[in-house]
Design a protein around this ligand. Structure first.
Ligand code: SAM
Length: 367
């Protein structure tokens, strides 16, 4: 085991280590991250020196067991001992500590110590809502623009239930999304590479206004906003209360604000945005073609659109296997030419498509 733990851990504190048929109260330092290649969350760390544990395991460790903290538990591999007498430990997938703690530290350190710029971004997002009469009815109490007061996000499929779940929203950016990407076989394209691709495809710059539709916890919105200057604004738009709450908590900023609404009826004037993005969502929504029409409608002439969605595989037997599995979860597979044809029929130009595994990235310019 060669894992290193430089810098601040994600979790530091007491834990119970069950190994070789015994339980030990230990102190641990743990941290984790999703690997860019396979998208799997791996966590690792150290058990502080513990005499009884050392008596049992000796120098080499090399045992599997169970590690629990107050907020979670997980299978663990206990490795060898380091120079300071600490056992190395590691595991994969859900870690034995709450990622809430991790995100909380992250939040405090990096974001919005002065709330005023984020509030200003929220007010600018509010000012964009059309018709103007709707603006009078919406609230901003939760730190986002709420256009669907008293209307809960619908829960018709397994996939939509997951998107509306607070637990999933909490782990979405770090675990769920990277895992989903690896399942779709987006070979070698990490989420940071996907974000960079979105910025390039949207040709983001200066004081543009960009709409990130189905923004989830804002994992793209904040990044897009960081490529804008001056009065630039990235609006993350999503229907899930859980996702929007997470976005406000983790990913608001001086040029990033969030709106809760239904992408089938975008509350914006035609041509309101310089760029429109919709990643990893069209395959989940019940009316994907209506949503695409809306994306095109709110884009100004000359503006750029970029979407990432599912793509059917070429061979008929594989299409059937993947189609049945995804259909059960509430995920739709689109033929290769579906969106290029839609953009073409809408008179768009510079249409580009990149297919990776079960995913397709399509971008275009509105005329
Ligand atoms: C898989 S997440 C995508 C998040 C982010 N764009 C990404 O690429 O990781 C899909 C999002 O679509 C949202 N969504 C589903 N139906 C929607 C609708 N009708 N209007 C707005 N958002 C919707 C869900 O709430 C969920 O947050």
């Amino acid at each position: 085991m060669t894992t290193e733990l430089a810098g601040e851990p994600d979790f530091r504190g007491p834990a119970t280590l069950e190994v070789a048929g015994r339980a030990f109260e230990v102190d641990v330092d743990l941290r984790g991250r999703s690997q860019p290649i396979d998208g799997i969350f791996r966590w690792y760390g150290r058990v502080r020196p513990h005499a009884e544990l050392r008596d049992l395991l000796g120098e080499s460790g090399n045992k599997t067991g169970f590690l629990s903290t107050e907020t979670g538990s997980a299978a663990v591999t206990v490795g060898d001992i380091d120079f300071w007498g600490r056992y190395r430990v590691q595991g994969r997938s859900a870690p034995p500590y709450s990622l809430e703690t991790d995100l909380h530290i992250h939040h405090q350190e990096e974001f919005v110590t002065d709330p005023a710029p984020a509030d200003a971004a929220l007010n600018r997002a509010l000012a964009m809502i059309e018709p103007a009469s709707l603006r009078e009815q919406v609230t901003t109490d939760g730190g986002y623009v709420e256009t669907l007061r008293d209307v809960r996000a619908p829960n018709p499929t397994m996939a939509s239930r997951a998107m509306n779940n607070r637990g999933v929203a909490a782990i979405y950016e770090k675990i769920w999304r990277p895992f989903g990407v690896s399942m779709m076989g987006i070979g070698g394209l990490s989420m940071s590479a996907e974000r960079a691709k979105a910025v390039t495809d949207l040709q983001l710059r200066g004081s543009q206004r960009v709409l990130d539709v189905a923004s989830g916890p804002g994992n793209f919105t904040k990044f897009l906003s960081e490529h804008l200057t001056g009065d630039g604004l990235a609006v993350g738009f999503d229907i899930s209360e859980a996702m929007i709450a997470r976005a406000v908590r983790d990913n608001r900023g001086a040029r990033a604000a969030y709106v809760r609404g239904d992408a089938s009826h975008l509350p914006y004037a035609g041509g309101a945005f310089d760029a429109v993005c919709c990643y990893a969502a069209l395959y989940l929504v019940p009316e994907p073609f209506r949503v695409v029409d809306e994306l095109i409608r709110v884009l100004r002439p000359g503006g750029r659109i970029a979407i990432m969605t599912s793509c059917e595989l070429g061979s008929a037997p594989m299409r059937t296997v993947v189609g049945v599995g995804s259909g059960r979860m509430g995920v739709r597979m689109f033929p290769k030419n579906q969106f290029t044809d839609i953009f073409d029929r809408a008179g768009m130009t510079d249409i580009e498509q990149e297919i990776r595994g079960l995913a397709q990235f399509v971008s275009a310019t509105k005329q």
